[in-house]
Ligand binder design. Structure first.
Ligand code: ATP
Ligand code: MG
Length: 332
């Protein structure tokens, strides 16, 4: 059976970008067609300055939101990364497989390092080595497919390279994975800055729709979205990035085509109103289910405990095999 792995980082509240770019597909497709594992990748949240209590809270919230989005423990394995030691164990071997140069070429490293420096913070070494841990997250399960938004494709390609390199050097231990992206909304843009990706950890929140935003807040953020000069609604991602982004979001929410939807609106205001209503319709059941789950912490704990157990059982033999393959003496 094909294996799927993907994750979300508890570095902020989950956004519409996370949902449309990744989580929705996990719930609606991936968990039903493959042996799928989904993970709240908390170790990755420590790569930039963080508040311990907040990370702990966001980890629980992310897990709860994934369940609210429709991940079903009967159909998939949901767990927290730090509960499964094998990720960190394998990460070290990935650091011994990757080169300094290929890590430094990662776009996310360049962007996030620059952002930390702009805030007067030092850049943690783990921000540079992040893709090694991410490769471990993926490879430890013999993953075939990694459903992610477009921004993560480069990291999955690195995991691919590392798997191939490791296998060539030490023997066939790892499955070579590939990234899959959604048809639309692979890259939801910030509503206030439609040339940059909506990201849950960004400091400016006016252009970010969070999954738990109140309806009034969602409406306001979308109605105030930056559009382009001109009045005609056209789908042109380079010439009219703001309008194109709204069309993408609307298309994604309503399962339509952005090029076709463009013809249905004669003003930006109309497009914004329709987009806001479509997003609200999407969020309503998710928020209701989230509230129910918040009232039942033992249920969420139980799901995460069982998920980590299964993940550990799957991961351990492959990590042991990799350790032996590189020449580490197995414990007697
Ligand atoms: P951060 O700002 O901390 O990096 P993030 O919003 O980018 O947070 P991640 O946890 O890094 O979220 O990514 C989780 C998943 O959501 C990944 O598959 C990623 O590709 C996807 N994703 C993140 N942002 C977007 C976006 N704007 N559009 C589409 N997919 C996205
Ligand atoms: Mg990200």
């Amino acid at each position: 059976r094909r294996r799927i792995f993907s994750g979300v980082k508890p570095s902020g509240h989950l956004t519409l970008g996370n949902y449309l770019g990744a989580v929705r597909r996990w719930a609606q497709e991936d968990q039903h067609r493959a042996d799928a594992l989904f993970c709240v990748v908390d170790l990755h949240a420590l790569t930039v300055e963080h508040d311990p209590a907040r990370v702990r809270r966001l980890t629980r919230q992310a897990a709860t939101l994934l369940l609210a989005s429709g991940l079903d423990p009967e159909h998939c394995t949901l767990f927290v990364q730090s509960h499964v030691d094998e990720h960190a164990r394998l990460s070290y071997l990935m650091e011994c497989t990757a080169t300094d140069g290929e890590m430094r070429r990662m776009i996310q490293y360049k962007e996030k390092a620059a952002r930390e420096q702009a805030r007067g913070r030092s850049v943690r070494l783990s921000l540079l080595t992040y893709p090694a841990l991410m490769a471990a997250d993926i490879l430890v399960y013999g993953t075939h497919e990694v459903p992610v938004g477009e921004d993560q494709t480069q990291h999955v390609e690195l995991a691919r390279d590392l798997a191939q390199r490791f296998n060539q050097r030490y023997g066939p231990v790892f499955t070579v994975p590939r990234a899959t992206n959604p048809r639309v909304s692979a890259r939801v843009m910030d509503l206030q800055d439609p040339t940059s990706k909506m990201g849950k950890s960004h400091a400016e929140t006016a252009g970010i729709v969070y999954l738990l935003d109140e309806p009034d807040v969602v409406r306001k953020k979308i109605m105030r979205a930056v559009t382009d000069s001109g009045t005609e609604v056209r789908y042109d991602r380079t010439g009219q990035p703001g309008v194109a982004n709204l069309l993408d979001v609307l298309a994604s929410c309503t399962d339509g085509k952005p090029e076709v939807l463009a013809g249905e609106f004669s003003s930006y205001g109309e497009l914004k109103r329709a987009t806001a209503e479509a997003v609200l319709e999407l969020l309503r059941p998710l928020q209701a289910r989230h509230a129910e789950l918040c009232a039942d912490p033992p249920y969420v704990d139980g799901v995460l405990r069982a998920g980590a157990e299964r993940a550990r059982d799957l991961a351990r033999p492959r990590v042991n095999e990799a350790y032996a393959a590189v020449g580490l003496l197995p414990p007697a």
